[in-house]
Design a protein around this ligand. Structure first.
Ligand code: CU
Length: 125
């Protein structure tokens, strides 16, 4: 291989690695912290995805997800919690509280409007 071929091959390998990391890389999980009045609170940082992107709560108690969007990319401008009928716009740098009470145990996805950035709400019995 000449230098150009080596470059192209290395670039391709790096791109594949990045894609694998993006889709299958480490996930962050967090259990909600139960604050006063029994509200299960989690702050979710929004930047190229959600951190944490796996959130554990208990069913039958109110949940407050506080989204803070820390980027200008329009991708994450909206967050959708389809199972709860919730769609919210997240202005950059503004904390947006989303409150609801999950009644049934299960795993509920949340995502951006294009379904590119994704997270999961895990509701335990
Ligand atoms: Cu998006």
């Amino acid at each position: 291989m000449d230098a150009a071929q080596v470059g192209v091959t290395a670039g391709g390998a790096a791109t594949i690695g990045l894609i694998l990391w993006f889709f299958f890389g480490p996930r962050t999980a967090a259990a909600a912290h139960e604050g006063t009045a029994g509200v299960q609170e989690v702050e979710v940082r929004v930047r190229g995805g959600y951190t944490p992107d796996r959130i554990e709560v208990r069913r039958g108690r109110p949940v407050r997800l506080s989204f803070v969007r820390d980027e200008s990319s329009p991708c994450t401008e909206q967050v959708v919690l389809g199972d709860f009928g919730i769609v919210r716009t997240l202005p950059q740098g503004v904390r947006v509280d989303v409150e609801f009470t999950p009644e049934a145990a299960g795993e509920y996805p949340f995502h951006c409007a294009m379904n590119m950035a994704r997270g999961t709400l895990v509701v335990r019995a």
